[in-house]
Design a protein around this ligand. Structure first.
Ligand SMILES: [Zn+2]
Length: 310
């Protein structure tokens, strides 16, 4: 299927909403319908984009008039900052995701971008990657229902399972599995065509999450970013993390800093993936997994990614 902006029907009454090019902030979402009801997988990074998506869903199916349930796959704003537009719906996330959302409100993003002109090259990087989005006056709308581990739902007659696979990309990652259709909405457990970014880790948990997705034997994966995928993309991502862990361990043992290690690693088969600056964040995550005390707060990671992206 072509990688075009908008809705793509991936099974009868099930759609992916894709936003090329899948880079920073350009996330995917999904709509699962059953009878006259529907479930939305994720909102988008701001209200304008989310409104545009909801409008295209209503034009496509009458079931989108009544979105009974929204699932936030994780707490990054590009998957939940549009929640205010579906505040009437039951909004479900993992408990860990809901807790993390409170610490990452749209107002914090707006404040960070306001401060960008004073942040040197890091500010230039942030201003550039987030320029297409608007975070001013976006209310924080938190989930109204949380769960741990697993939650089985129905949309009409259609079974839908929410499976918590984090902490990996973030503290509370969830995938949405449609067992009868063989479809998984992976959230940001799968970036397709770009480098993943490990905000939380451990990386081993992300590898396990890849294995769990493959065990479901899906036919279609809707990634958090990038074009529709098959399980081969998850196998490839698992290989990426195994490769990166091996390469990073050598440099950790050799006494390199995360930045030195990130610059030194030859990405080989993964060198064509977009957003290569994220490698330094992933190296930081592996250093933490190895027991390092090197500071790896979000601003440090942004500064080092900005440096690498130059
Ligand atoms: Zn995302």
């Amino acid at each position: 299927m072509a990688y075009r902006k908008g809705l793509h029907e991936v099974a009868d009454g099930v759609w992916a909403y894709l936003q090329p090019d899948g880079g920073w902030g350009w996330s995917n979402a999904g709509l699962v319908t059953g009878g006259d009801s529907s479930l939305l997988v994720d909102t988008l990074f701001d209200l304008r984009l989310t409104a545009e998506m909801l409008e295209s869903m209503r034009r496509t199916t009458p079931a989108a008039e009544r979105i009974a349930t929204v699932v936030n796959t994780h707490a990054n704003g590009d998957h939940c900052y549009g929640n205010a537009l579906v505040a009437e719906s039951e909004i479900i996330s993992s408990a860990r995701c809901a807790a993390e959302m409170e610490h990452l409100p749209p107002s914090a993003m707006a404040a960070m971008l306001d401060a960008a002109p004073t942040l040197g090259p890091t500010g230039d990087f942030l201003a550039r990657i987030f320029a297409p989005f608007s975070f001013e006056d976006v209310p924080l709308t938190l989930p109204s229902r949380t769960f741990e581990g697993r939650l089985d739902l129905r949309v009409g007659d259609r079974p839908v399972s929410l499976v918590e696979v984090g902490p990996a990309h973030t503290a509370g990652d969830v995938i949405v599995h449609l067992p009868e259709e063989g479809i998984v909405f992976t959230g940001d457990i799968l970036f397709h065509g770009g480098h993943p970014i490990v905000w939380a880790g451990p990386v081993a948990n992300w590898v396990t999450a890849c294995e769990r997705i493959m065990e479901l034997r899906p036919t279609v994966l809707v990634p958090g970013h990038g074009p529709l995928a098959t399980p081969a993309a998850v196998a490839e991502l698992k290989g990426y993390f195994e490769f990166l862990a091996t390469e990073t361990r050598l440099r950790f043992d050799g006494g390199m800093s995360p930045m030195e290690a990130a610059r030194d690693i030859d990405l080989g088969p993964y060198s064509g993936w977009s957003e290569p600056e994220r490698v330094v964040a992933n190296v930081h995550a592996l250093y933490r997994d190895f027991g390092s005390q090197v500071p790896g707060d979000a601003l440090t990671l942004m500064a080092e990614m900005a440096n690498l992206a130059e």
